[in-house]
Design a protein. Structure first.
Length: 233
């Protein structure tokens, strides 16, 4: 049995389920984070699409790791999906995401400030100083996506649970991967690009838009941390 009863193939079901989930929930929950980061780095349309894709890549990796864990410890899945067992993991995953989001927002604001003696144009300051890159990859976007993906969504757990009897450990990894790819093919990819394009239409305010982006990330991260701590307490 698959997550979507009308689709018997668990891999196709995973991909279609990801598409459906990505159209609504993923876009609504992830776009504010992506938009805040895009504003913080001051990127244009093409770069913003790339940033969104890298963010999604982080989420896909997180889903794939979850699929691997479920595939290896499949016998424990019944315990894992119980509310009492998964709630603590969700709380601490959300706490980690909040801390990372605050740190990246603060780092963007620190990088945006104009270095002493720099003769860069104010409109270029955010773009030249606001990137968080490692080895050619936008590390900030990837880390945000990865930590967000570790906050396990219910459809993914249900999908892995229902496909356990149909696939082996490698199959569970493939199911989680396809679900992640499906969620990534969503409006968020275009909306991320449009966000960068629109923000670039106000070059005179680019530095302030970048600062606002950092503040948005700090605010979203603080909300996540606060929510997690109240549940722990």
């Amino acid at each position: 049995m698959s997550l979507l009863p009308a689709i018997a193939n668990p891999y196709l079901s995973a991909f279609v389920g990801g598409l459906a989930f990505g159209l609504a929930y993923c876009t609504a929950s992830c776009l504010p984070v992506v938009a805040g980061y895009i504003a913080g780095v001051g990127s244009g349309f093409k770069q913003s699409v790339k940033i969104t894709a890298i963010f999604n890549g982080g989420r896909i990796l997180a889903y794939t790791i979850i699929g691997a864990v479920v595939g290896v410890f499949g016998e424990l899945l019944r315990f894992f999906v119980s509310e009492s067992a998964i709630t603590p993991f969700q709380i601490y995953s959300s706490l980690a995401f909040g801390v990372v989001t605050i740190a990246i927002g603060a780092m963007l604001m620190w990088k945006i400030r104009k270095p002493s003696g720099c003769e860069c144009k104010p409109s270029d300051a955010a773009v030249t100083a606001g990137r968080i890159k490692r080895y050619g990859v936008d590390f900030g976007a990837f880390t945000l996506g990865f930590t967000r993906g570790l906050i396990i969504c219910t459809p993914l757990i249900l999908l892995l649970s229902t496909s356990l009897t149909l696939v082996d450990a490698a199959g569970s990894i493939a199911v989680a991967l396809l679900f992640g790819v499906g969620t990534s093919i969503s409006p968020i990819l275009i909306l991320g690009g449009v966000t960068g394009w629109l923000l670039n239409k106000a070059p005179l305010f680019r530095k302030w838009i970048s600062i606002a982006g950092g503040l948005i990330l700090i605010f979203l991260g603080a909300l996540s941390v606060y929510s997690s701590l109240t549940q722990i307490g």
